[in-house]
Design a protein around this ligand. Structure first.
Ligand code: ADP
Ligand code: ZN
Length: 522
C-alpha cells in the first residue's frame, strides 16, 4: 500500500471514529491533506458544505494546537461545545471568560492538551495573549469567515487585516487555512494578497444550490402576500428577514394575530430570549422565525422550506448567505425577496456616516443588489456570475425562467434617458433624472435650471399607459384599508396586527424612521 493510500485510510478511520461519518464530502479530503502537508490553503465553499471539518480533522491529526480565528463569540461557543461532545479538547479565548477561566485555558494549551483554540481577532492582538501563544506549540492557523479581511466584502472587520502580521510574529512557517462561504473574485484576490498567500491551493466548490428557487416580488401588499404564502405552505418552517428590529417585532406580531406561530429574533433581545426563540424554532414549536441578520450564522436546521426577505438586503453576498439557509437537506427551498426602490434609498442613508471608501463600497454592493432585483433574465446565472462562476444555460428554476417578463422595444425611452444624462452633465443620479423626465418641478431641479431643459417632462408621454394601469391598482390599494375583511385561500379572515398602524395615504410619503440594523455581535 502506498504512503498516501495509507494516510487516506487513516484519515477515513479518524473521520468515522471521531465524527461518525463514513465519507468525506466534496473536496474535504484533499483540503485536509493540503494542510497536513504544511501548505497554505484557501477554501471557498457555500454554507453547509462542511468547511469546519476541513480544519477540525487536521487539528486532531497534527501535533500541537490549531488556532481558529472566528468573528463571533456565539459561533465559537457552538463549535467548542460540538467538539467537546465528540470528545476533542477544544477551547476558546475571548472576552466572555474571566481571569481564572482564561488561565485554565492557557495552562491546558501550554500542556499540549488542546487541539483547537478558537480566538476572536481582537483577542489575538492583545499583548499578553501574544506572549502566551509564542510559548505554545502550534500546528496551523485557520481563519474562518475570511471574507471579513476584505473591504470589498460584506462584513469587513479591520482587525482581520492584522492577522497576517501577528501570525508571522508567532511563527512565519505556520500553515494557514482561510475559509469563507462567499467571495467574489475581487474579494478572493484581496484575501490572498492580504494574507500573502498567492501561492495557496484554492479549493472552490460550486455555489449553485440546485434545489433553491429564487423569486423577486414587488413590495406591494407585502403583509397580505406573506400571510397568504405561509398559509398555503402550512406547517413548513421558514425564516423572514427584516432590516430593522422594529419591523421584526411588527411582522412577528402580524403573523401571530393571523394564526401563524412566529417568534422574533434580533440582537436587541435579551440573550436568554434569543436562545429560547431559537430553540423553539429548531424544535418546531413555531413555524416561522422573523429575524434580522443576527439570526442564522452557524444554525444548522436542515428543513427550512422558505426564506423570505421582507426588505432588500445590503449586498448579494448577504442575500446568498441568508437564502442559503433554505433547503439545506437538498429538498424544497423557496427564496422570495420583496423589492422596493425605497429600501435601497433607505439603505443608502445608513451609509452617510461612513468613510468615503466604505460608502463607495457599500454603494457598489447595493447597485449589484438593484441590478439583480430588476433583472429580466435568469437569476441563478446572475447570482453565480457575481461569485465568479460561469453557468452555461438558463436554470429553468427561478421566477424569470418560469415566467419570463414581457419584452418590448424601448429605443425611444433609452434615447431620451441618455439625452437626460448628457444634458445634465453626467452628474445626477437616476432618481433626479427620472424626476426631470417626469416634469417634477422641485426646488432642487429649479436650482439647477433643469426645468428649462427641452427634455423636462418629456418622459410623461411614455408613462401614459402605465399611469392608467396604476389607477386600477390604486383601487386595489383602497381595498387594503379594509384589510381585516380580506380572506385567505382557506376562507379565513386575514387580520391586521393591532399595533402597526397603516400610514395614511398621501402623495408624498414621509421617510420611515430608521431602526438600528443588526451588525456582527461579538
Ligand atoms: P459550513 O461551515 O460549510 O457552513 P459545517 O461545517 O457547519 O458547514 O457543516 C454542515 C453540516 O454538515 C454539519 O452538520 C456537519 O456535521 C455536516 N458534515 C460535514 N462534513 C460531513 C461529512 N463528511 N459527512 C456527513 N456530514 C458532514
Ligand atoms: Zn433561471
Amino acid at each position: 500500500m502506498s504512503v498516501s493510500q495509507e494516510t487516506n485510510n487513516l484519515l477515513k478511520d479518524k473521520l468515522k471514529e471521531t465524527f461518525g461519518f463514513s465519507q468525506f464530502r466534496g473536496e474535504q479530503e484533499e483540503i485536509i491533506q493540503n494542510t497536513l502537508d504544511g501548505k497554505n490553503t484557501f477554501v471557498i465553499m457555500p454554507t453547509g458544505a462542511g468547511k469546519s471539518l476541513c480544519y477540525q480533522m487536521p487539528a486532531i491529526a497534527m501535533d500541537g494546537t490549531a488556532i481558529v480565528i472566528s468573528p463571533l463569540i456565539a459561533l465559537m461557543k457552538n463549535q467548542v461545545d460540538q467538539m467537546n461532545a465528540f470528545g476533542i479538547n477544544a477551547q476558546f479565548l475571548n472576552s466572555s471568560l474571566n481571569k481564572t477561566e482564561m488561565n485554565k485555558v492557557k495552562t491546558e494549551v501550554l500542556n499540549g492538551e488542546v487541539k483547537l483554540l478558537y480566538i476572536a481577532p481582537e483577542s489575538l492582538t492583545k499583548e499578553d495573549n501574544l506572549e502566551f501563544l509564542k510559548q505554545a506549540k502550534l500546528s496551523f492557523v485557520a481563519i474562518d469567515e475570511a471574507h471579513c479581511i476584505s473591504e470589498w466584502g460584506h462584513d469587513f472587520r479591520p482587525e482581520y487585516r492584522r492577522i497576517k502580521s501577528i501570525v508571522e510574529s508567532l511563527d512565519s512557517n505556520l500553515p494557514i487555512i482561510a475559509l469563507t462561504a462567499t467571495a467574489t473574485p475581487k474579494v478572493q484576490q484581496d484575501i490572498q494578497k492580504n494574507l500573502n498567500m498567492e501561492d495557496s491551493t484554492i479549493f472552490k466548490s460550486s455555489f449553485n444550490r440546485k434545489n433553491l428557487y429564487y423569486e423577486i416580488r414587488a413590495k406591494k401588499d407585502i403583509d397580505k402576500q406573506i400571510i397568504r404564502y405561509i398559509k398555503s405552505n402550512h406547517g413548513k418552517a421558514g425564516i423572514i428577514y427584516c432590516l430593522s428590529r422594529k419591523k421584526v417585532e411588527e411582522v412577528a406580531e402580524l403573523l401571530n394575530v393571523n394564526g401563524i406561530k412566529a417568534l422574533p429574533y434580533h440582537a436587541g433581545l435579551d440573550g436568554s430570549v434569543r436562545m429560547a426563540n431559537q430553540e423553539a424554532f429548531l424544535n418546531e414549536e413555531v413555524e416561522v422565525m422573523v429575524a434580522t441578520i443576527a439570526f442564522g450564522m452557524g444554525i444548522d436546521k436542515p428543513d427550512v422550506r422558505f426564506v423570505i426577505h421582507y426588505d432588500t438586503p445590503k449586498s448579494l453576498e448577504g442575500y446568498y448567505q441568508e437564502t442559503g439557509r433554505a433547503g439545506r437537506d437538498g429538498l424544497e427551498g423557496n427564496c422570495i425577496m420583496f423589492y422596493a426602490h425605497e429600501d435601497i434609498i433607505k439603505l443608502d442613508k445608513f451609509n452617510k456616516d461612513k468613510t468615503v471608501t466604505e460608502r463607495d463600497n457599500a454603494k457598489m454592493l447595493l447597485n449589484e443588489m438593484v441590478s439583480y432585483s430588476n433583472l429580466g433574465s435568469c437569476r441563478r446565472r446572475q447570482l453565480l456570475h457575481y461569485f465568479g462562476e460561469y453557468f452555461p444555460q438558463d436554470c429553468g428554476f427561478c421566477d424569470n425562467c418560469l415566467k419570463p417578463t414581457p419584452k418590448y422595444k424601448a429605443e425611444e425611452e433609452v434615447a431620451l434617458a441618455i439625452r437626460a444624462v448628457d444634458l445634465t452633465g453626467e452628474r445626477f443620479d437616476a432618481q433626479h433624472l427620472a424626476e426631470v423626465l417626469m416634469g417634477v418641478k422641485n426646488q432642487y431641479i429649479t436650482s439647477y435650471e433643469h426645468h428649462k431643459l427641452d427634455i423636462f417632462g418629456k418622459g410623461k408621454n411614455f408613462f401614459k399607459l402605465q399611469e392608467d394601469e396604476d389607477e386600477d391598482e390604486d383601487d386595489d390599494d383602497e381595498q387594503d384599508e379594509e384589510f381585516s375583511d380580506e380572506e385567505d385561500e382557506d376562507g379565513n379572515p386575514i387580520s391586521k396586527a393591532p399595533k402597526p398602524k397603516p400610514a395614511p395615504k398621501a402623495k408624498k410619503k414621509k421617510e420611515p424612521e430608521l431602526n438600528p440594523v443588526d451588525q456582527w455581535v461579538s
